[in-house]
Design a protein around this ligand. Structure first.
Ligand code: MG
Length: 295
């Protein structure tokens, strides 16, 4: 089941995609809860019965829905409850390329590297990335598997991690590389407006086999730049949820970006950063394609 946030007839609401992905079904109309207009609230309050009703409606195709072309897609979660939790250097291939430009000793770390992205508004599929080339000309892309938390928890054991997941999405951790090396910490370089991109949908966890093994890739202007599989995550999803939640409460709607594989623009010699007019596509098998233009 694929969940999305969209605008139709001037109103922002949430829906599910029909099985042929040609129509959007409004969740509030199916379940009859007007409160289900916002994804954060839906993730927090949805019951197993609601999920069952939604999947039955999709299978039976009783509901007509709105053609996908008639809606404007937004990020499934537009305003996160907290900063986005990011895992840095979590594929061996990306550690190798990053050690060329990051000062720290990345190879010999035992613990995951965490940082966060501030965002006042996460952008979604087809929305534009602002280049901010007056601040930093080294604009880079990072395709990542995003885990969306579904249940509140602290000190979550590895073997129970999946219980705390709502679903999965694609995240583009857009990065301003000059700022990343100029400032001691990455917070500012990762947090420029429009540089957090999520979507196009959240796939419910019931649709994907755990542990998650999915092809992940990115393209710039149609040319493949990154290609890997999420089974190569050095700290896998269970390990991240378990380790991060030691002493920190995770809440429904929290977004964890699990790290990017090799092939970022900064990793090329010479580097290949994004420029105005470029189209960047992030793709994960079974989830979809997240496409954005740089302006
Ligand atoms: Mg990243």
């Amino acid at each position: 089941m694929k969940f999305l946030t969209f605008i139709h007839e001037g109103k922002e609401q949430i829906g599910v995609l029909s099985l042929d992905e040609k129509k959007v079904l409004r969740i509030s109309r199916i379940i009859g809860h007007e409160r289900y207009l916002d994804m954060n609230r839906f993730i927090e309050e949805v019951t197993d019965t609601d999920i069952e009703i939604l999947s039955q409606v999709l299978v039976n195709e009783r509901n007509v829905g709105v053609p996908v072309e008639e809606v404007m897609m937004r990020s499934p979660i537009i305003r996160p409850k907290h900063d986005i939790i990011c895992v840095g250097v979590n594929y061996a291939s990306h550690i190798r390329e990053s050690s060329m430009f990051l000062r720290d000793d990345l190879e010999n770390r035992e613990k995951p590297v965490y940082f966060s992205k501030r965002t006042t508004r996460i952008i979604g599929n087809d929305e534009d990335i602002r280049a901010f080339s007056d601040i930093d000309e080294e604009l880079d892309y990072e395709v990542e598997l995003a885990v969306i938390i579904g249940k509140r928890g602290i000190d979550i054991p590895k073997e129970k991690a999946e219980e705390y997941i709502f679903g999965y999405s694609i995240f583009n951790d857009v990065s301003a590389r000059k700022l990343q090396t100029e400032h001691l910490q990455w917070y500012k370089s990762k947090s420029l407006d429009t540089h957090s991109i999520l979507g196009p949908v959240i796939v419910h966890k019931s649709a994907l086999k755990f542990p998650i093994k999915l092809d992940i890739m990115s393209r710039v202007n149609g040319e493949k730049r990154q290609e890997s599989n999420t089974e190569l995550l050095m700290n896998d999803i269970s390990a991240i949820i378990s380790d991060f939640s030691r002493g920190i409460t995770l809440e429904p709607g929290d977004i964890i970006a699990t790290g990017t594989p090799a092939g970022v623009g900064k990793g090329f010699n010479p580097p290949r950063f994004m420029r105005k007019g470029d189209i960047v596509e992030c793709e994960i098998e079974g989830i979809g394609i997240l496409r954005n233009r740089v302006i």
